[in-house]
Design a protein around this ligand. Sequence first.
Ligand code: NAP
Length: 285
Amino acid sequence: MSQARLMEGTALARRTLETTAKRAAHLTERTGQAPCLATVLVGEDPASVTYVRMKRNRCRAAGIESRHVALPAATTTEELVGVLRTLSHDPAVHGILLQHPMGAHIDERAAFEAIAPEKDVDGVTFASFATMSFGLPGFVSCTPGGIMRLLDEYDVDPAGKRAVVVGRSAILGKPAGMLLLARDATVTYCHSRTRDLSAAVREADIVVAAVGRPRLIKGQDIKPGAVVVDAGYNAGNVGDVDFDSAAERASLITPVPGGVGPMTIATLLEQTVDAAARQTGDRGV
Ligand code: NAP
C-alpha cells in the first residue's frame, strides 16, 4: 500500500506555463516583439523529433515564437557550430535549444559552447554550469531546475539534508547535484563505478534517480521518510525507481510519468521568457 505523497509535476508545470504565457503576452505587448526560442535538430531520430515537436507546441500555446532549424544527420560539427553562432547573433532569437543526444560524429561540447550564454535557456554551456554551481543568476539545466521547483513546491528544504544523486551526466545528474549543493544539501554522487549503491542510497534524505535503468532503485534501500525524485524515463513509462516499493517508505515521491518530465519543458519556456526580458531590457516581467 502506497503511503508516500505524490509530487505532481503535471499540475505544477501547468501553473508554471500559465504564468509564463502571461509574462510572454505582457512582454510582447510592451516590446512589440514576442519571445522566440530557436530549436535545432540534427537528423531524424524519432524520439528527438517528438521532443522538439512537443517543445514547439508548448511554445505556441504560451505565446512564444519558435523557429525551427532541421539539419541533415550528416551535418558536421563545424556546420552545426556555424548555425548556432548565427542564431546566437540574431537579435530576433532570445533562446536556443540544441536537441541532444546527437550523432557520435558531432563534438557535442563544441556545439553547446557555440550557444551564446545569454541565450542558453536549456542550461547546457560551461557558463551556465558555473553560474548554476555558484548559485548565481543564470540559466539552469532544465530537468534539474524543474526538480528544484518540485522540491520547493512541496516544501522540501535541501539545507542540511543528505542528498544522493544517482547518475552524473552533464545535463542531469551533475547539475542536479550542484543545485542541491548550492541549496546547502550534503551531496553524494553515485554512478556506474559506485561500489555498493544500495548503501549510499540508504543514507539519503533526498534521492534523485537519473540513470536510465528501469527500477534500479528498490524500496528496501529507501530510508523511511525520504524524498524520492525519479528523473528516469524508460521504455514502458517506467522510471529508475521501483515506484510501488519505494512509495511504501518515502514521504514524497514523483510519479513516472507526470513527475519530473513535465517540469523540464516548463522550465525551458520560463527561461526563454527570462532571456527575452533580459535581451529586450523589459523589466516588467
Ligand atoms: P546518461 O547520460 O546515460 O547518464 C546515466 C548516468 O547513470 C551515468 O552517469 C551513469 O554512470 C549512471 N549509471 C548507469 N548505470 C548505472 C548503475 N547501474 N548504477 C549507478 N549509476 C549508473 O543519461 P541521462 O541523459 O542523464 O538520463 C538519465 C535518465 O533520465 C534517462 O532515463 C533519461 O530518459 C531521463 N531523462 C529524463 C528527462 C526528463 O525531462 N524527465 C530529461 C533527461 C533525461 P557513468 O557516468 O559512470 O557512465
